[in-house]
Design a protein around this ligand. Sequence first.
Ligand code: FES
Ligand code: FES
Length: 199
Amino acid sequence: MGGRQLPRVENNPTRVGVNRDLTVKGERRFMQAVRVRITVNGDEYVRTVPTSMTLLQFVRDELDLTGTKEGCGKGECGACTVLLDGAPVNSCLVFAYQCTGRSVVTIEGLSQGELLHPVQEAFIRHGAVQCGFCTPGMIMSAVALLASNPLPTQGEIREAISGNLCRCTGYNAIIESIDDAARRMAGWATAQDADAARG
Ligand code: FES
Ligand code: FES
């Protein structure tokens, strides 16, 4: 690139050319391309992608981070939830170019090697995973909740995951898991301690 400065891309992408070879989901088509620079799970990636590429397609198809799932593809199920600058977003509704210069965390970014995130551990402990399709998105929403509200009520947990649909579990085990993870992360040994703290 000879030191050329990357285009700053916000909501109005700077097109860098038409690329006939880029594909979205295996389709070959004419499309405009844009250069993006996105930090994902702490690593910076520079790619030229179609302007129509979603963040979901970017992490799955460009980076092979397939933990993030595609359910509805239109913002209704939450399976594709990732953190964008710390906030949970439906990655199927965000274009990759809108993420230039920003930081994304996917489910792959939560664990440290073999060491799972406390929310992941709690999902396993409480059997909150059945088919598992909703699980990555559900966990990302829970992690975002606990970052801003370390000891949420069950009502606050329900609200935080209201955009994440699960067809299998009936939600109780999921809510118990998030509640348990919150207590453990906050250093509370028992549910009674946590209930007393909540008043
Ligand atoms: Fe994004 Fe359903 S796949 S909300
Ligand atoms: Fe199957 Fe939630 S575990 S959709």
